[in-house]
Design a protein around this ligand. Sequence first.
Ligand code: FE2
Length: 377
Amino acid sequence: MEAKAIESKKKGEAEKDFLPLSGTDYVEFYVGNAKQAAHFYRSAFGFNALAYSGPETGVKDRTSYAVRQDRLTLVLTSSLRPDTDIAQHVAKHGDGVKMLALKVEDAASAWEETTKRGGKSFLKPTTLTDDFGKLVMSGIYTYGETVHLFIERKDYKGPFMPGYKDWKTAYNPPSTGLKYVDHCVGNVGWNQMNKWVKYYEEVMGFRNILSFDDKDISTEYSALMSKVMSNGNGYVKFPINEPAKGKKKSQVEEYLEFYNGEGCQHIAMATNNIIETVTELQNRGVEFLRVPGNYYDTVLDRVGKIDEDLAPLKKLGILVDRDNEGYLLQIFTKPLQDRPTLFFEIIQRKGATSFGKGNFKALFEALEREQELRGNL
Ligand code: FE2
């Protein structure tokens, strides 16, 4: 009887999500040259101009360009002066992800609930207003210098947010079919993965839905461990990687060295037609990691029947994996900036809810070939 009461109390607690999230609101990069970066994400990836913030809109120390494709919004921000947090961030980390902004109904409650559970405040609940209404935002730090902003925009009707103006341009490249953020992966230091798992559980109410140890993710030379954290409704998923011991330097160590600390390793963006999307991205000059051609000799033995023809997948270098619920198609870009740090994953899910475990080995061997070319293996 008592056990049952405890169990139902636990169930009641589990059902009440103290941090309800309805997905990713935007991803903000701190970069050396926002104007040029915005052009790159538009021309290469098919994002369109959305909004601009800078001296002309009353913001004196920075410029920010917001670009959008379907439900994906990126913000590229750079400093106009040498002594700002943005300039220091770029000097230390290179171009990289600063804010993983999440959509909430109540940004004040999100901040209160997370900071009282141990989250370190980045921004107290702040209301911004302009002619289009009001937007409330708050934020907490996560791994490294990365921040989760909580964005409440139910009373805001403007193009992006107060401080920004509409950005109109004659150059509007066609979409490449990218739809929304599927997941964002963080790289953390040696033996730090479980600390951040606990952080997402305790501070943000996430659950650990999948774990990979160094036996799952190892090549002849290197290894890593990973745990996938998900919020209650599954709209927000954050896998966390840490390096594991191997014969040579792992990709996570290379990242930590060049990013100068912990940070966002990749953002996975979903498409409904990966063959069309990747064809278009490759035509626009986006470079992808390639696995050896013999990957395709055995892939269908491993994953079974799929809807797509193998020939275009092989031509483009798209990988396939299957779990109990279905299959997925995925491919990874080379680093998006000079440092071997952040990259994108393009993913199409056909039922599968996992992350491509069957591809890890081939993929990490491909990564190691690139690392070796850079002299960092
Ligand atoms: Fe991924």
